[in-house]
Design a protein around this ligand. Sequence first.
Ligand code: DOR
Length: 418
Amino acid sequence: MGDHVSCVIRNVTLPGGRVADLTLGGGRVLHAGASGRADEVIDAAGLVCIPAAVDMHTHLRGGSQRHKEDWRSGTTSALFGGVTVVVDQPNTVPPLTTPGVFAARVREAEEEAICAFGINGGVVPGADLAGLWRAGALAFGEIFAGPSSYGAAVPPDTLRDAFMVLQHFGALATVHAEDPLPGAPVDLHDHDRLRPALTEAQAVGAVCDLLPRGGRVHFCHMSTAAAVDAACGTVEVTPHHLFLSWERFDRGDTTARVNPPIRTERERKELWSRWGRIDVVASDHAPHTSEEKGVPFSDAPSGIPGVETMLPLLMAEVFSGRITLRSVIEKTSYNPARILRIPKAGFEPGDRADFALYPEETVAIDPDALHTKSRWTPFEGMAAAFPEIVVMGGRCAAEGGEILSCRGRWIPGKGYIP
Ligand code: DOR
């Protein structure tokens, strides 16, 4: 005892159905049961309180790409969606492949971020993997086993060698597995044709063949059931592959251009049929400006912003009874924390005291109400439930559309040597 109580959340319905007060202090849950005095009291009556999300796949841009997004705008967007930990991908400009560039990235984030963050190291031929691990890389990747925006494909030999090194560290490799056909797509249908479902699943199999025994691999943003079935490690899917199909858009609509591509309605439904096998839902938040997207399809960058809409879209599915609340908590919070080996948020004493509290009502997604610098979203008009309150580090971080004082905290990887 003796821990300073920073906050009490009253009337929380716990996963087993019991209603309790959560006492928070030192960034942790201290007690679930009856509560005493606190600096701050939040009433969760009428709200659904869940552990806040760890979005393990975001491209926060910044640096020379801060016109697309910066750490402040990207993490504000995260917080308003119920995400309190974001994991940044290394395909920045320049890419995060040396300890010096990595350390500069950490400094930039520490100055600007308003939620917690991890940063992954990059894997390309010649990358200093040992230096990145010591500099605090949380994991490695997304490693481009197929080319994408701001990332050329990594040759199989480089991938095999990197897997060996990372296995030695006990580090996680996260992989973007695709094998596109040559050519520039002219529309969404063509994009799906040039990055086919079949070669995505084959690329997954090829990556598994390169993995040494005991190696840890996580497959990013799998877009088809066949790719999920081919995976030998943990499986991540995105809201855009779960909720969007290209038939829903005008064929030339660049806002839905992303790698791997948005598939057909049939593929989308097939992907949902693997819900039980999916370990993680992550956003692959990849913002670009409207001007950058406003060019002919074949020249438009791939990528969709989504850190703020991820949980709201999933919570709307929970409220309509299509998926369980438990499955959403596992795939957005418990599993990514376990896979990344960071403390989990939750209701037990000692858990990280990060929560998002949702009213049981949905609104239509409005791009003007979002906080990313992208002034557009392909999810426009879809039903979503946004959190009313977000708690981070045992304190109220956002309420009723207002950010209260909060600072981003860096979560270094296990190899970090200060
Ligand atoms: O569409 C994508 N855009 N897929 C990726 O893997 C990278 C991302 C980006 O960084 O823009």
